[in-house]
Design a protein around this ligand. Structure first.
Ligand code: NAP
Ligand code: ZN
Length: 349
């Protein structure tokens, strides 16, 4: 048994994205049915539609930055009620029993966390993401969106927000710390806002100075163009933390040279190609080159509460469903300011 809902899907690798209908399962006792209000376009959607990360499942309904309102709940759900404002991010299930699930880091589940789309659930059914009118999700993977944050500017927090919040926290962002954010896109602009709210001194490292005014308005203290080679001389040994949000290849050694002794460069950007670096770039300053994967559900709730407290949300360009394909082009060209958010009421309308 299931219910048909309108969605936007890629029928085959490379797209285009086009209207489709999909089935959502009937509510199990622990499920929540969500009327999607807004869904962000993450660069990960584009990587996956284009199969840049390896073989993907088609048809694909992308979307893991979902904000909406609870429309119905299963018999055992006590945490949510009809009408609650909620969000869903990159995961919709995990085993709940392994050491990582118990530690609140479901993304590392030993059985394998079930991703919101381009995955197969434990029931053997493919998962379809948030570019749709409705979604059914297990209550443990639903977060509450606090009053005070609009659902439209909250949607990107469910992936871009948590993916930057988690490493910023892990690597000690706070007063007295100098943080560089590489790439001012969806993740990058939220990284700037969050690191500033945490009290750090933030620098944006962008390909050009085109978005400088915005970067400074978001709270960055300084802004440099990485296309200008003198930037790397000027900023040598400057930063405690470099958060790399770039979706394509980067000269890692040049960035490592910007770290203070003991500083870390953390990669959240997920370019399809292998990246390389010279080990001496790390040895020279006891430096760390790390990665970071989204964040757990409890930490995502913590992030949403942090954003409500600090009056933070994403900077968005709201679009209708028929504008998704040109929006993908603009994201691929680093021309988004700073997250496209789809008005889900236009899907199938
Ligand atoms: P985005 O909005 O496209 O932002 C990426 C930014 O990187 C661009 O705005 C651009 O900023 C910069 N950039 C792009 N191409 C570049 C190049 N060739 N050289 C230097 N800089 C370049 O993408 P996003 O949605 O923020 O996602 C960023 C990456 O994070 C993607 O690879 C995505 O898949 C990944 N991601 C990872 C996780 C995780 O768990 N680790 C979670 C979500 C997303 P400037 O114009 O300012 O230079
Ligand atoms: Zn994402």
């Amino acid at each position: 048994m299931s219910t048909t809902t309108h969605a936007i899907a890629a029928a085959a690798p490379g797209g285009p994205l086009a209207p489709a209908t999909i089935e959502r399962r009937d509510l199990r006792p622990g499920d929540v049915l969500i009327d999607v209000a807004y869904v962000g376009i993450c660069h990960s959607d584009i990587h996956q539609v284009n199969q840049e990360w390896g073989t993907a499942i088609f048809p694909m309904v992308p979307g893991h930055e979902i904000a909406g309102v609870v429309a119905a709940v299963g018999a055992d759900v006590t945490k949510y009620q009809v009408g609650d404002r909620v969000g869903v991010g990159c995961m919709v299930d995990s085993c709940g029993e392994c050491e990582y699930c118990l530690a609140g880091t479901e993304q590392f589940c030993v059985k394998g966390a079930v991703l919101t789309y381009n995955a197969v659930g434990y029931d053997g059914e493919p998962t379809y993401g948030g570019y749709s009118r409705q979604i059914v999700v297990k209550d443990a993977f639903v977060c509450r969106i606090p009053e005070g944050i609009g659902l439209d500017v909250a949607a990107p927090l469910l992936c871009a927000g948590i993916t930057t919040y988690s490493p910023l926290r892990q690597w000690g962002t706070g007063p007295g710390k100098k943080v560089a954010v590489v790439g001012l896109g969806g993740l990058g602009h939220l990284a700037v806002k969050l690191a500033v709210a945490m009290g750090a001194e933030v620098t944006v490292l962008s390909q050009s100075l085109k978005k400088q005014e915005d970067g400074l308005r978001l709270g960055a203290k300084s802004y440099f163009a990485t296309g200008d080679p003198s930037t790397f001389d000027l900023l040598e040994h400057r930063f405690d933390l470099i958060l790399n949000t770039v979706s394509s290849d980067l000269p890692i050694d040049s960035y490592l040279s910007l770290l203070r002794v003991g500083g870390a460069m953390v990669n959240v950007g997920a370019p399809p190609n292998p990246q390389s670096y010279n080990v001496f770039s790390l040895i020279a300053g006891n430096n760390v080159l790390a990665g970071s994967s989204i964040g757990g559900i409890a930490e995502t709730q913590e992030l949403l509460d942090f954003c409500a407290q600090h009056g933070l949300g994403a900077e968005i360009e709201k679009i209708s469903a028929d504008q998704i394909n040109p929006a993908y082009e603009r994201v691929a060209n680093s021309d988004v300011r700073y997250r496209f958010v789809i008005d889900a009421s236009t899907i199938g309308a």
